[in-house]
Design a protein around this ligand. Structure first.
Ligand code: ZN
Ligand code: ZN
Length: 373
């Protein structure tokens, strides 16, 4: 996602009470591709519509790596990444209705938006031109402060941009739902995937393994595409009927024109035309994986014309209403990511980053923020 603009609406300052910041601690990188080290900073004061969350778990999303590595352009440092946040509400502003102290709350990729534009009115806050991203952004509703993410001990967020975590949820597994969950749940519903549909999931990592579980729950027959043999058994356990190792040309034979919907979660270079060809007429290719700018996949106009009457769309996370719906649905149906919980220490996070970059993660790292020193 691109950084939001710095436009400051006239009403914005009134949303925030004047007051001292709240001291916070986290793990930050101090330079591009740098290692993680402790960082002390401050969160803005709890305004009338805000809640203060004690962060218990923070997921490591592949996009965190892209930001830390500078894959999507120049960034500002120190940077505390993390937009998969689960924690406990420890303070609420006087107008807050959705939460009380002690409730569990989740925060995803955004922390505010204008609230008045057509996108916000439609519950698609992620497409608001004034959306404030959870980190690597400037918060125009708080004087342009640099936002810092979930690899930290606490966060202040307006209640609208926190989701209620249902009772009985497996908390360490909830955090990745706030990005990996909603990013795959939303396009499956947008595409209208239903019972008996033949669905392909390209890329079987943090996002892909969530997409498989949601598609299976919707009654689809799922084919997984990845470049490794290592995850073949996992795909079957999650309910996928077919697994295709795209490095083996034999396995790709006979697939053209067979699928109703394909979701690409691939975070590296690949050929979208190969997947477009696999669609039936009226089929759809949804794209959520966003590789580094330097090796962004290209789809030729000729592919679109020759594979006519197929649709291609991109998708970014989901709005807050849909995020809540996804969270309730996931917990109720016991759909969770497979996670490995690590300690909130620079060395452990650096090591996890290396494994995510090398494709060795299985399937999501979650940082136990309670272990932050
Ligand atoms: Zn993410
Ligand atoms: Zn808006």
């Amino acid at each position: 996602m691109t950084a939001a603009g710095t436009f400051i609406p006239a009403f914005s300052q009134s949303q925030e009470q004047a007051g001292a910041g709240i001291p916070a601690r986290g793990l930050a990188v101090y330079e591009e591709k740098g290692g993680f080290k402790p960082y002390e900073f401050s969160r803005h004061a709890v305004g009338d519509n805000d809640i203060l969350i004690e962060i218990l778990y923070a997921g490591i999303c592949h996009s965190d790596l892209h930001h830390v590595f500078g894959d999507w352009g120049k960034e500002e440092y120190p940077m505390v990444p993390g937009h998969e946040i689960a924690g406990r509400v420890v303070q609420v502003g006087r107008n807050v209705k959705k939460f009380k102290v002690g409730d569990m709350a989740g925060v995803g990729c955004m922390v505010n938006s204008c609230g008045t534009c057509a996108e916000c009115a439609d519950g698609k806050e992620q497409y608001c031109r004034d959306v404030v991203l959870t980190y690597h952004d400037h918060d125009q509703f708080h004087g342009g402060e640099v936002t810092q993410g979930g690899y930290s001990d606490k966060i202040v967020v307006t209640e609208k941009f926190a989701a209620r975590i249902p009772d009985g949820a497996q908390l360490e597994k909830v955090a990745p739902l706030l990005c990996a969950g909603i990013t795959t749940y939303s396009p499956l519903h947008y595409a209208g995937v239903g019972k008996g549909d033949k669905v392909g999931v390209a890329g079987f990592g943090g996002l892909g393994h969530m997409a498989v579980q949601y598609a299976v729950a919707l009654g689809a027959e799922v084919t997984v595409f990845d470049i490794t043999e290592d995850k073949r058994a996992d795909a079957g356990k999650m309910g996928a009927v077919h697994y295709v190792n795209v490095n083996n040309p034999e396995e790709l034979k006979g697939l053209d024109g067979t699928l109703d919907f394909i979701l690409s979660t691939i975070p590296a270079s690949y050929d979208p035309a190969m997947y477009l060809k696999m669609l039936k007429r009226d089929g759809q290719l949804g794209i959520v994986g966003l590789p580094a700018f330097a090796n962004m996949p290209r789809l030729s106009v000729s592919s679109l014309v020759f594979q006519g009457n197929r649709k291609v769309f991109g998708s970014q996370i989901g709005g807050m209403k849909e995020t809540q719906e996804m969270l309730d649905y996931s917990v109720k149906n016991n759909i969770y990511p497979q996670v490995e919980v690590i300690r909130a220490e620079g060395k452990a996070v650096d090591e996890a980053y290396g494994n995510v970059a090398d494709g060795k993660v299985r399937f999501r790292y979650v940082i136990d923020m309670k272990t932050l020193k």
